[in-house]
Design a protein around this ligand. Structure first.
Ligand code: NAP
Length: 484
């Protein structure tokens, strides 16, 4: 398959998507390719007035969309799903260009991101209520589900398509209208998705998209507007906490998908080859920039040396390069700040006693590359154990028992994802039950699935995305007491 990059970039609208039209603002924002540091596109930059106009459009379209039969909402989603798949080459290329992930993984994200649209097109017709008789007799109890109302969706740069479809699709299925704001670093995929929704027949104003270099200033009036009924955010815990404070003022419904610090636990009886294969996915997928990325490896002392040596060998086989190059298995980090952060975490891990077995530094030359790195014998004081790395660095810690592994794994304010490897299912389930996280991979390094509830506990978030639960995030329950 050959992709004409110039054609792909030319097919992306550059304006704000407001009320069904792409609107130029007069101000502009450059988008870089992290593999080269070069500007690949220039799009319009929204001011607070554009944010307000987007919310106006979402509010104006709200009642008609909520009243649109579920089957029609479902069919619009289904047509959009089919168009995304038809345009998979362009979506994949755009994600690799603006975010850096290897092209094969970008195709994986197209399939994953599109699947949320298909899943929720199917769920749209399954919104049900309840009917019961009051326990004491007499009244009848009716519960119905209704759309929450206008939604503000804020998404990060690391999965430019899927983090958006995971919010837009259930919102539309539920009968809500949306204003979405992608990260300024990666707006192209979302703008192209807006074009795709438009081509599928999206009614004006049902989804609106604002791209801005001033996310705080543009978002503040949206939060302050009493017509907004829901915030759905995916991003860092630091920003998420601030947005929760803003949301509290109007008691907004919130769904928060925040940062992670996933433990990867290898018990003494684990299949080490399977554990290494899982670790490669859990650690290096998406250039190490996934909220579910394994951040700390707790390995039983009986299998520690074997796991370390096999992980180092597999890490050394990784092909680092621009994501569009054939054969690349690890692309660049998102920007220079990310390289500086990962470098400082590695330097600190080494200064506090860790030993680098492979990698350990940024790659010289153009782009924001960091060598895939394994650090063994990391000590408890290393910052890398407490902070989200968001890069291709695997810190290894030796443990003497299952209990020690679980206790250390839970020693974090985060609780998004955890991984456990054991050949003994009872032992594995015991660990699963004790791990404080919203999701666990048992003998697998990849669990994300649109049909499964994705989300975290502790400071990793509130609510779930995907699955049946993902639809409930956009529905209110109304109870009607009926006298008989
Ligand atoms: P981020 O810095 O928190 O930004 C996330 C989004 O929030 C971006 O669109 C950003 O826009 C916007 N934003 C920042 N400040 C804002 C403000 N004051 N008001 C309104 N919007 C604001 O996170 P990121 O660096 O893009 O993404 C990485 C983080 O996302 C990691 O912590 C990762 O774990 C987390 N993540 C979590 C999940 C999950 O499902 N739990 C999934 C993916 C990623 P600008 O960047 O344009 O300012």
């Amino acid at each position: 398959m050959s992709i004409n990059i110039a054609d792909v970039l030319a097919s992306v609208p550059t304006g704000q998507f407001i009320g069904g039209a792409f609107v130029e603002t007069g101000a502009t924002l450059d988008v870089e390719n992290p593999a080269t540091g070069e500007v690949i596109a220039t799009v319009s930059d929204a001011s607070p007035e554009h944010g307000q106009a987007a919310l106006d459009a979402a509010c104006a379209a709200g009642p008609a969309w909520a009243a649109t039969p579920a089957r029609e909402r479902a069919e619009l989603l289904r047509r959009t799903f089919e168009l995304v798949i038809e345009r998979k080459d362009a979506f994949a290329a755009l994600m690799t260009l603006e975010m850096g992930k290897p092209l094969t993984e970008a195709y994986g994200e197209v399939a994953y991101g599109a699947e949320f649209i298909r899943w929720f097109s199917e769920e749209a017709c399954r919104i049900e209520g309840r009917w019961s008789v009051a326990p004491a007799g007499g009244n009848r109890l009716l519960t119905m589900k209704q759309p929450v109302g206008p939604v503000y969706a804020i998404t990060p740069w690391n999965f430019p398509l899927a983090m958006g479809t995971r919010k837009i699709a259930p919102a539309l299925a539920a009968g809500c209208t949306v204003v979405i704001k992608p990260a300024a670093l990666t707006p192209l995929t979302m703008l192209y998705l807006m074009q795709t929704f438009k081509d599928a027949g999206l009614p004006n104003g049902v989804v609106n998209c604002i791209v801005t270099s001033s996310s705080g200033a543009v978002s503040a009036p949206i939060f302050a507007d009493p017509r907004l009924r829901k915030l759905t955010f995916t991003g860092s815990t630091e920003v998420g906490v601030r947005l929760l404070e803003s949301a509290a003022k109007s008691v907004l419904r919130t769904s928060m998908e925040l940062g992670g610090n996933a433990p990867f636990v290898v018990l003494a009886d684990a299949d080490i080859d399977a554990a290494v294969a899982g670790a490669m996915v859990a650690k290096y997928r998406n250039n190490g920039e996934a909220c579910t990325a394994a951040n700390r490896f707790f390995v039983h002392t009986d299998v520690y040396d074997e796991f370390r040596d096999k992980l180092v060998a597999a890490t050394e086989a990784i092909v680092v390069g621009p994501g569009l190059n054939e054969g690349t298995t690890l692309g660049p980090l998102i920007d220079a700040d990310a390289v500086a952060k990962v470098s400082s975490l590695v330097d600190d891990a080494v200064a506090t006693g860790g030993k680098v077995y492979t990698g350990g530094a940024a790659v010289e030359g153009a782009g924001y590359f960091f060598a895939p790195t394994v650090i063994a014998d990391v000590t408890p004081e290393a910052r890398v154990l407490n902070e989200e790395i968001f890069g291709p660095v695997a810190p290894l810690i030796r443990v003497d028992s299952d209990e020690e592994a679980i206790a250390l794994a839970n020693q974090t304010e985060f609780g998004l994802m955890a991984y456990v490897y054991s050949r003994d299912s009872a032992r594995g389930i015991t660990a699963v039950e004790q791990l404080e996280s919203g999701m666990v991979g048992l003998n697998t390094g990849l669990v994300s699935n649109p049909a499964a509830p994705f989300g975290g506990v502790k400071m990793s978030g509130l609510g779930r995305e995907g699955s049946h639960e993902g639809l409930d995030e956009y529905l209110e329950i109304k109870y009607v007491g009926i006298a008989t």
